[in-house]
Design a protein around this ligand. Structure first.
Ligand code: FVH
Length: 295
């Protein structure tokens, strides 16, 4: 039965940096754990903490209904579970994949008689099992599986169920990571601008961090505009003004001897949107320029 009782045993396949952190968290919380890793030596620290070490992936899967997999990539998962009996198993895939790979993997699991839940981990290993670290995992796929194992799944990190579509966890994960890289790009450019001056980076950092934090409200503004379809609603800094201002950004980069290569793609999109007659919007319309038309 798929009850929700306390510390039921589980299996973990993959003991890399992330898998090991997950394993330690479950053991520390008192969950009986069976583990397997291609390179057996990596199981030793977990064995010392009380984990059962299986000789093969098939043995590890056979040991428990709940099977968590955290391997390098989707191909690795396919190789590891090839020919393994998954009938009646609850398979939770914490291996990073694309949404498309997760959907195919969900169907693959269903054909083998397993329930499937995909997870996108928003954390690095030291954040796992550390309350207050901010670690979280997006889950999508079988709601029944998510509910049945809610307690165990909440041990390593906070959880958020984002939909029945098994691709949604990966999609949320990658969307957030992609936004993060946009922020990293801006941060790199900002530090490059001050690099040759007598401005200590450690004095500049709190100013930059505070500004980025203040600007996060733009996320909600964009969401509200996308929901309403009116990109001119509550506009504070319109596109015409921002494009005019971009000359100052480029001029400053030039003066400071800094390549503007991280900025120019975004500025070019702003110019395109303005040229299409949307000077009274802010930057939400750029999203429509990014989405490729199909058909
Ligand atoms: N570490 C991180 O910061 C990120 C945070 C967000 C989520 N990712 C994803 O988590 C998956 C696992 O990542 P990891 O950090 O544990 O990765 P590694 O330390 O490199 O461990 C890889 C494990 O995969 C096993 N493995 C690799 N190839 C094979 C194979 N052909 N057959 C069986 N197992 C394989 C490897 O085994 P071994 O090398 O020890 O024998 C490790 O167990 C990943 O999707 C991240 O994107 C982590």
């Amino acid at each position: 039965s798929h009850d929700t009782a306390g510390t039921r045993p589980l299996t973990l396949l993959g003991l890399g940096a992330m898998g090991a952190a997950l394993g330690h968290a479950w053991l520390a919380a008192g969950y009986p754990l069976t583990v397997w890793n291609r390179t057996p030596g990596r199981a030793e620290p977990l064995a010392a903490q009380g984990a059962q070490v299986a000789g093969t992936a098939a043995e590890a899967v056979a040991a428990n209904r709940l099977v968590v997999v955290c391997l390098l990539n989707d191909d690795t998962l396919g190789e590891t579970l090839d020919g393994v009996d998954l009938a009646g198993k609850d398979l939770v895939n914490l291996t990073t994949s694309t949404p498309g790979q997760a959907r195919v993997r969900a169907e693959w699991a269903r054909e083998r008689g397993a329930r499937f839940l995909d997870g996108g981990i928003m954390a690095v290993p030291p954040m796992i099992g550390a309350p207050g670290s901010g670690a979280s995992v997006f889950y999508s796929g079988s709601r029944a599986l998510f509910d049945a194992h809610a307690e165990a799944l909440a041990v390593p990190a906070g959880t958020a169920y984002v939909g029945e579509d098994p691709g949604f966890a990966a999609l949320h994960d990658v969307a957030l990571l992609s936004a993060m890289y946009g922020m990293f790009a801006g941060v790199a450019h900002a530090f490059a601008l001050i690099r040759k001056e007598e401005i200590p980076p450690k004095d500049f950092a709190p100013l930059l961090s505070g500004w980025l934090t203040a600007m996060t409200s733009s996320v909600h503004q964009a969401a509200a505009q996308l929901e309403s379809g009116d990109y001119t609603k509550n506009v504070v800094s319109n596109l015409a003004m921002q494009v005019a201002g971009s000359e100052t950004l480029l001029g400053t980069a030039e003066e400071q001897g800094v390549s503007a290569e991280l900025l120019t793609p975004y500025l070019a999109l702003m110019e395109r949107r303005l040229a299409e007659g949307h000077g009274d919007e802010d930057t939400t319309g750029l999203i429509d320029l990014l989405v490729r038309r199909t058909g």
